[in-house]
Design a protein around this ligand. Sequence first.
Ligand code: NAD
Length: 471
Amino acid sequence: MSTDLTTFAGLLSTIEDPNGRELLDPATGEVVGRTREGSTADIDTAVAAARKVQSDWASRSSEERSELLNKAADAVEASAEALAELLSREQGKPLNGPNARFEVGACAVWLRANAAFELEPEVLVDDEETHAELHYAPVGVVGAVGPWNWPMMISVWQFAPSLKMGNTVVLKPSEYTPLSVQALVAVINEVLPADVLTVVPGSGEVGAALTSHEDIDKIMFTGSTKTGQAIMRSAADTLARLTLELGGNDAGIVLENADPAAIAGDLFWGAFINTGQTCAAMKRLYVPESLYDQVCEALVEVAKQSPMGVGLEEENVLGPLQNKQQYDIVAKLVQAAKDSGARVLTGGDPAADQPGYFYPTTLVADIDNDNPLVAEEQFGPVLPIIKYTDLEQAIGWANELEVGLGSSVWGSDLEECKKVAARLQAGSTWINKHGAVDPRIPFGGVKKSGFGLEFGLEGLKHVSVPHVISW
Ligand code: NAD
């Protein structure tokens, strides 16, 4: 008899190891479930199994793989509430707002989008003497390692295009959110053939065993720049192909002609999506002196209307930090900003002796650009707002860090916004929005935010190997 994967208890029962490591709800400290811990030997087993079935998976037609990806999306939708509840409890993000239900919905959207993409051969030369075509073949076995902030969605970003192209995938989720990814894979594996998609939970060491494995052909990594650098070093030995989606410190620039009241909501959610624990969230905002007070006041108003609390309570749209380590980073950076004399508009004063890792929504004004709260990735519910008097200065500040994932420009003159956007050093620049990822539009970083693209046809190319055929 198969287990009911559409209820929280049913879902958990399929993946839980009663003797495994406890995962605690970051909002309440209660036990969510217990995870099995994989080992380096489990990586060997999973990679060998993925290798064994890869050619069979690749030999199916693209239509057949698409049909299975669409069925996987159906399965995710059928179990959506159970998945969202588990995600909310383990990761901490509320069910509502751009959080748990949104993330599970995005998993289905990305699966369907990849099912619909078709990477056709490109004709490179076609004249009287020469004809050349560029074809794309599967790479082989993909090893994917992910973070804890959007554990389900980022896993889908890694495996959906990989599977579509005929690769098989071994996933190593973050040690902070292993249940969410195992549950998602359990639901999807109801429809996929065995060993095409496997998950091995475990520590960074287990991740390293996967990314340094001799039989991995391609590594998809999303996480910190430091870990990305370690993976790149070990890939020198295996020559595995790499896609590295690393940290960011996205700047937003408001132009003189922007309307503060009209943009405040989107500015706020561009920064506070997933309680600020988002790679491509706005992490520093540059505002001209002429609009400074109005933008600050409008953001404080949105903050007041955005409740933070336990994820399962329907009214909340902001949640706790996922773990103590991240809480401490945020608390330390805000304290340093306060000590420097910056002005806290709201928040900045966490309650002592609370059960969860809640850090209040914090807006910081009158802060210098070289303050650590601006210069370092805070990855939490905090936004420093920096005043500028000269647009050139703001563009210079936006570009001066060594990372470049996303960025945004806010104004009422589209042509002017486009001119400023073109000068920003980032993989993506949004105009009058921030972090608006879309499965059709390639996404990736520049500088130390990594390299390689995900999403769209470019995303498929990055999980393929080129093969030129000419005559
Ligand atoms: P992290 O680098 O600490 O961990 C990410 C994953 O790598 C985990 O699964 C971990 O177990 C694994 N790992 C650790 N050491 C390893 C090693 N030596 N070899 C292989 N795997 C190893 O990152 P995190 O704290 O989970 O995530 C937060 C960071 O991720 C932030 O900097 C954020 O900006 C970034 N991020 C980037 C994107 C993006 O798309 N660019 C998306 C989400 C998060």
